[in-house]
Design a protein around this ligand. Sequence first.
Ligand code: ARG
Length: 461
Amino acid sequence: AAPQTWSQRFETALHPAIARFNASISFDIELIEYDLSGSVAHAKMLGHTGIISAEETEQLVSGLERIRSEYRQGLFKPGTDAEDIHFAVERRLTQIAGDVGKKLHTARSRNDQVGTDTRLYLREQIQQIREQLRQYQHTLLTLAQANQDTLIPGYTHLQRAQPLCLAHHLLAYFEMAQRDWERLGEVYQRVNISPLGCGALAGTPFPIDRHYTAELLGFDEVYRNSLDGVSDRDFAIEFLCSASLILVHLSRLSEEIILWASEEFGFITLKDSCSTGSSIMPQKKNPDVPELVRGKTGRVFGHLQAMLVLMKGLPLAYNKDLQEDKEALFDAVKTVKGCLEAMTILLAEGIEFRKPRLEAAVASDFSNATDVADYLATKGVPFREAYNLVGKVVKTCLSADKLLKDLSLEEWKAIHPAFESDIYQAIAPRQVVAARNSYGGTGFEQVKRAIAQAQERLNSS
Ligand code: ARG
């Protein structure tokens, strides 16, 4: 029979299926190191405040550290007999330290304990994800640096709009990642608050010192209200929001990479190290990495949705529903990390821009039409009038199967006497890009400045 978990109030053991249904050990094992750290801090606090003796504290702390090393060596493998990681650790501690192990849970509940563990876990994960975001940004920046001189068609409505400097396009994703990085830093501040000492819900009659444990564990603050401390998971929801936004951004880039790799666009080639083939079509090379990133995005949105729904009807304070926070969080963390890693590798070594194709693309469309209107506007023609005129020119060109650059100077002059021979220069793709030198625009000077600024931001953190 399973060892007695609950108090003597219970007469019979749990139904085995209910025990399985209730248990979280299969997934909250992920929290073991944080649970041990939280318990070490709690034990030290019990000694510091005189709730237990110095010798007892020492026995608890060394027992907990022994569990840590047993776990790391694969010697301690909590099985399915424990309900959750908290009981598993306490039971092992009592085997190691004897009866004194039973003192560890003085002035503590699993409710403040699990809240502490989850925050310690998330805190570390956020740091790792922010580090990964920096590497991803670094890779984007390197790619941008190498493509300051490359042009790419720019789109709105997925229709050719105006040509762009490729570096500018890549830096747009750098900026999104920058906000993701900052946002996670803000979430971190609200994750890094200690619920330890909130007890089951109401605090404890023992003379504990919550600031002491908070300090030992590196928390910046303590929850001011015990009910709030043990029962909200807003910090986890905020994380899931931020994680969702990271994936929104990665997914948009993925979509572009998938399009670019198609025969129809042909803007990039996928390197063998980052693409896959087909089991039947020998010619295929598939963009599985960006497709998976795009696909996995949905999982994280799902976890966010699940957590919001999980919370909305919960009365104060702890409810077992909250046990459901863990798998959502763990899977979201794993997914974000996996996607960031794969996308960073893909950008660093998995794609090659086909410069001749890009060059040809921007030279063979009407994405310089705005510049013809701008040309006339600079010569004093009201912009709307110029716009209407150029619309007509485009229509004529289309029916004659010509591009704007194919018109002769006489033809230009017939359209409007303000046209001079410098119109050809004004509508050349490189000039069209260079001209957009307004702050934050795609003009080469702006892009150069943006690259320097991006570099500075990476250096300063
Ligand atoms: N395994 C539980 C969880 O993850 C630990 C807290 C249980 N607390 C309780 N009062 N049943 O939420």
